[in-house]
Ligand binder design. Structure first.
Ligand code: BG6
Length: 510
């Protein structure tokens, strides 16, 4: 029996209370890290909430031969590790019965026969009704081969719908992203393609549109007349962990800015869409990307800063330098920190700097979008606040402690007149008494429901590559000076402070 979406209060005003149709979820990279850490726990959580359709199946595809039982056991272990399976959770056995494993080399067309048989099982035994969600949870080098082989083996067609979910990174530069779009669109229509950016699945990120457009007090002041600048921070305390080989070939600009940071920026900056239809939203985001001023390669140092972490004591332990991490070149020039100053040259944002900073091994894990308003005329309260008054800031806390905080000046209680900034706080947890669901739950469910609002469209991905391309090229052409240039537990290199201070501003203390 198909089930309805739960009612998440923050989802009101966004599309959909639609019915999830039966389907098979095919995961290429079924034995990989992403599948185990994120996808399986998300699917199981959806299942426990009754949000997966009754006729569903999960087909894990991996290179290694292994038995069905062995694969199911590894899924079970991932669920336990993610703490979604345990005393009080829903039944594992029923979920396990929906799982199948196929050993296949995704580059070998003949191996797709096994996948085809598993899909027949899903349709006949599980009632998946010919609907398929094909998820590419493998490194991007494999994407094109899979799409080609799906076509050769006829798996791009079925009696129901077929959707393709593509993980990031979508290409490594503009050319490769274009080629990948072309290859995918030879086989699937754009409306069948779901390019994941998991930041769009985060609850507070979805709330940006609601907060902006479902309230009347913000919109009149949401422009260059009242906003001084915007700061987007995506800070991580982790280093590169086990992903040295991927990361060393990628770097923070490609890993975090081209996708996550620019997506956050577009939600803050976009015009109200004509409706909440995926394409209306994505059209507006696209206009923002198009209007981002392109930095010329010669000017990159004025607008972009790169950094790499060194070694040092961090969180009570000795932390290795990036260049000492496993599978990282000892003389690596890869950046683990980026700070940018961008401009959106349109009516609303003209002249408003958008500062972006992201990095690994920073002082704390924190993703925040802060909109800093302009100062009030400094005429009334000089005595009440002899030091400079602080401008209003609206901070959208994406993680952790999801919420929205407004900093405003207030009178200190007492007979005299003294001013001090206070915070007006909306915290997701205390207001709704609920934990935000994991991003992958929302995104997987939306893909099953056929709602592409939170996924990137092909043209937008290419536009975002265009924005970062001059910076990439400039950095590739010149080895970095003085790497490593920041300590673990700091807020990045000194040059990041210079970048923002040049404009007379400061990074927020987080
Ligand atoms: C991924 C990046 O897209 O996002 C990782 O590849 C990064 O390097 C991760 O650690 C951060 O995601 P989150 O959800 O933990 O903020």
């Amino acid at each position: 029996m198909p089930l309805l979406l739960d009612t998440n209060p923050l989802r009101e005003g966004l599309p959909t209370e639609r019915v999830a149709e039966p389907c098979a979820v095919v995961i290429f990279g079924g034995t990989g890290d992403l599948s185990h850490r994120k996808m399986m726990p998300a699917l199981f959580s959806l299942y426990c909430k009754g949000l997966l359709p009754a006729g569903f199946a999960i087909i894990g595809v991996g290179r290694r031969a292994r038995s069905e039982d062995d694969f199911r056991e590894s899924v079970r272990a991932s669920l336990e590790m993610a703490q979604v399976l345990g005393p009080g959770s829903c039944a594992w056995e029923d979920f396990a019965a929906a799982i199948k494993y196929v050993a296949a080399d995704h580059t070998a067309p003949e191996d797709y026969q096994g996948i085809s048989e598993a899909l027949t099982w899903a349709d006949t035994e599980r009632g998946a009704a010919g609907n398929r969600l094909i998820y590419l949870a493998i490194p991007p080098e494999g994407f094109e081969a899979i799409v080609r082989n799906l076509q050769t083996s006829g798996l791009d067609q079925s009696d129901g719908w077929t959707r393709l979910v593509v993980e990031k990174p979508f290409g490594v530069d503009l050319e490769s992203a274009k080629r990948l779009n072309t290859e995918i669109l030879k086989v699937f229509r754009e409306d069948q393609v779901y390019r994941i950016d998991h930041y769009l699945g985060k609850e507070t990120v979805q709330n940006i549109l609601v907060f902006r457009f479902a309230n009347s007090f913000l919109e009149p002041i949401w422009n260059q007349r009242y906003i001084d600048h915007v700061q987007i921070t995506i800070a991580e305390t982790l280093g590169v962990e086990e992903r040295g080989d991927y990361y060393d070939a990628t770097g923070a600009l490609r890993d975090m800015v081209q996708n996550h940071a620019l997506q956050l920026m577009s939600l803050v900056a976009m015009e109200p869409p004509a409706s909440l239809d995926p394409d209306d939203i994505r059209n507006e985001k696209m206009k923002v990307f198009r209007n981002v001023r392109r930095v010329s390669e010669d000017d990159v140092d004025r607008f972009a800063v790169r950094g790499q972490y060194g070694s040092g004591f961090f969180m009570g332990e000795w932390a290795k330098a990036y260049r000492e991490e496993p599978k990282v070149a000892p003389d690596s020039a890869t950046e683990t920190f980026v700070a940018l100053e961008l401009y959106i040259d349109n009516w609303r944002w003209s002249g408003v700097p958008i500062y972006i900073r992201t990095g690994k091994r920073l002082s704390r894990r924190m993703t925040e979008i802060a909109v800093q308003f302009k100062d009030v005329p400094d005429v009334l309260f000089r005595k009440a606040r002899p030091e400079q008054m602080e401008a209003n800031v609206l901070a959208i806390k994406v993680q952790p402690d999801e919420g929205i905080v407004l900093k405003a000046e207030s009178k200190v209680p007492g007979l005299g007149l003294r001013l001090r900034p206070v915070q007006m706080d909306f915290r997701y947890g205390s207001s709704f008494g609920a934990q935000a669901p994991e991003a992958y739950q929302r995104l997987l469910l939306d893909a099953i429901l056929g709602d592409a609002s939170l996924f990137s469209r092909g043209d937008a991905v290419e536009e975002c590559w265009e924005i970062v391309t001059p910076i990439l090229r400039s950095w590739q052409s010149r080895p970095p000076e003085g790497f490593s240039n920041y300590l673990p537990g700091s807020w990045g290199p000194r040059s990041a402070l210079d970048l923002i201070e040049r404009g007379g501003r400061r990074w927020r203390k987080l």
